[in-house]
Design a protein around this ligand. Sequence first.
Ligand code: SAM
Length: 193
Amino acid sequence: MLSQKRAIYEYSLEAVLDGVEGWFFQNEANELMRLASEVKPPYCIVEIGAYRGRSTLSICKGLQEGVRFYSIDPRLPCDGFEFKSADRVVFEKNLATWNVQDLVFPISLPAEYVGWNWQKFYDTPVGLLFVDGNHSTQNVVNEIRAWTSPASEAKWMFHDANGETVIAALAQFDNLVTLKEVDISRVCELRKG
Ligand SMILES: C[S@@+](CC[C@H](N)C(=O)[O-])C[C@H]1O[C@@H](n2cnc3c(N)ncnc32)[C@H](O)[C@@H]1O
């Protein structure tokens, strides 16, 4: 936990997420917070797909001193939903409610492109990669390819991993080992060597 006193640490995660819209279940939020708390510098945390901040706030609550947290979301329509910049406004309001704006570095670009360019521009090994952006099979496949190098030592948490498009994407990578399943999320790591 970070040394500075913040209200987010005084309340349960359930209370923090109360009223924050989204599809991220409480059990999954608890697991994401726990995974985030295991990441130590020099490793960083990357979130793909933030919407209005349920997963973002879960990570903030588990975030340890000195760990950088990047939240990637271009606010683009996908999966039949009209995601748009207005969601970003609500996201910022939700972060401000808990005074955690300075813990999160937002990146408004498609996650695949950020992944391919990670080493060039960010150069920090990823310890936790949360994947909940565009769930089409091709996009998830592209993201896994783009993030394999920067997140080679990371835990990967895939949301909506029970959906047929994500199942089809994950099936293409026999080096992704499943560690556990929580509701509709799957926690994986890349097999070494
Ligand atoms: C299911 S929502 C994320 C929900 C969020 N994790 C939560 O806890 O509420 C999917 C998000 O992915 C974003 N998105 C769409 N295309 C994307 C892309 N190429 N890269 C990253 N995010 C993307 C959308 O803007 C949307 O906010």
